[in-house]
Unconditional design. Structure first.
Length: 156
């Protein structure tokens, strides 16, 4: 679903992104690259692989940035910019290649796990696993320290 955010409705961006992560395109109507990207963007929205993802596509006018409170607005230095935005408007990943439909589709599909609200972790319980690894390392260190303490130098 495409959501068009005009300069007068920049705060709408924040309300959408807090609910669900999405793909945002920041543009200006006078930019030649943005004009070139517009038909590609329309084709992208009609691609079956992309419509299955059920994510919001935010078409944001660059003048609306002054009304956007999210952190991702600070990272826009040029237009057009396509980025994955999640979790209260935090920037997750920026698309940096040209205006090619296949490259944009590839970018979205490779990063589709980032469209989950938790930031796209592939593995569950990673914190727990890290803690277990840390504990086993500590146990090994303690064992080696005990071994070294037991060995007393021989007196001759």
């Amino acid at each position: 679903m495409e959501v068009i955010i005009s300069p007068a409705h920049g705060s709408r961006f924040d309300s959408i992104v807090t609910k669900k992560p999405g793909l945002a395109k920041f543009h200006t109507p006078s930019c030649p690259y943005c004009i070139e990207l517009e038909p590609i963007w329309k084709k992208l929205l009609q691609t079956p692989e992309i419509t299955k993802l059920n994510i919001p596509f935010l078409n944001v006018h660059a003048d609306a940035l002054q009304h956007i409170n999210s952190k991702c607005g600070e990272n826009i230095d040029k237009v057009p910019t396509i980025m994955i935005v999640y979790n209260n408007g935090n920037l997750k990943k920026v698309y940096k290649k040209g205006n090619d439909l296949n490259e944009i589709i590839k970018f979205i599909i490779e990063n589709k796990q980032l469209f989950t609200q938790n930031g796209g972790s592939k593995y569950k319980n990673t914190r727990r696993k890290k803690q277990r690894r840390k504990n086993t390392r500590r146990k090994k260190q303690r064992r080696t320290q005990k071994r070294h303490r037991r060995k007393k130098p021989r007196r001759t």
